[in-house]
Design a protein around this ligand. Structure first.
Ligand SMILES: C[S@@+](CC[C@H](N)C(=O)[O-])C[C@H]1O[C@@H](n2cnc3c(N)ncnc32)[C@H](O)[C@@H]1O
Length: 243
């Protein structure tokens, strides 16, 4: 962790929060617009299998599962009680957090390097929760990610991903939101600051379920189901099935 040369303000803040040593707010920033990140509510509330989204995700996944961009391990801690679950995250501080919290198999890994990190057909399911799929940057990037994900998952596998649907976002709703004239697409640009450290700018492509369906064409994945916390909500969950 301390050996990391890359800035890791986000991961450090979450780890410090976990240890009760948070040095100040974790800021989500877009120029002068900044909001304090609610770390506890976002990452440390336990997975709730009785909630609408929790029971929906539960009904989609099986093992072995890969939790991609697993954060502080909230979902892995739940699913590893049911079947083998491997958690990867780009942040060494978050992998340390997961280790400390009892995640059995937490690894530093790049969601855009799955082919070199895992064997073919290694997993029966994948969870990509937290809108990090948008870091693929473009529809072509999402397509490339899905092709790599198809390599490390077996035929019939399920992938659950989430996103913000631009067709349901009111302007100004989200920090860093940038509209796009193309229907069903938008961007989000933001970065994290914590305790004097500034992370690189994160550039998310936002895509509607319809755009995700298009992105999946030719990857082996098909959009099988979509749900939202409540009707009309911008945040949605999608299940993809591998042929
Ligand atoms: C919004 S958080 C979601 C964390 C967790 N899935 C949850 O829902 O609590 C997004 C996570 O993706 C991770 N991440 C971002 N880019 C990544 C990459 N290229 N490879 C692996 N993880 C990445 C971040 O470090 C962060 O922990």
């Amino acid at each position: 962790m301390g050996n990391s040369v890359e800035p890791d303000a986000f991961g450090r803040a979450v780890y410090d929060h976990y240890r009760g040593e948070q040095a100040g707010p974790l800021w989500q920033c877009d120029g002068p617009d900044r909001r304090e990140h609610p770390i506890e509510a976002f990452y440390f509330e336990p997975y709730d299998p009785k909630s609408h989204c929790g029971s929906w995700i539960d009904s989609q996944l099986s093992g072995p599962l890969i939790d991609i961009g697993a954060g502080a391990g909230r979902d892995t801690l739940y699913f590893q009680e049911q079947f083998e679950t491997v958690a990867i995250d780009a942040s060494p501080a978050l992998v340390q957090t997961m280790d400390d919290r009892g995640v059995e198999d937490a690894r530093v890994g790049d969601m855009f390097g799955l082919r070199s990190e895992f064997d073919r057909d290694r997993f029966a399911a994948a969870l990509v929760y937290g809108t990090q799929l948008g870091l693929a940057g473009s529809i072509a990037g999402i397509r490339s990610f899905l092709c790599d994900l198809a390599y490390v998952t077996e035929p019939g596998a399920t992938a659950v991903v989430d996103g913000y649907d631009p067709t349901a976002i009111e302007s100004g709703d989200r920090l860093g939101y940038r509209r796009d004239p193309t229907p069903g697409l938008a961007h989000r640009v933001m970065w994290f600051e914590y305790d004097g450290e500034v992370d690189p700018v994160l550039q998310f492509r936002l895509f509607s379920p319809g755009r995700l369906r298009e992105a999946a064409i030719g990857t082996g994945w098909e959009l099988a189901d979509v749900t939202r916390r409540e009707p009309g909500a911008a945040h949605y969950l999608a299940a993809l099935r591998l042929r």
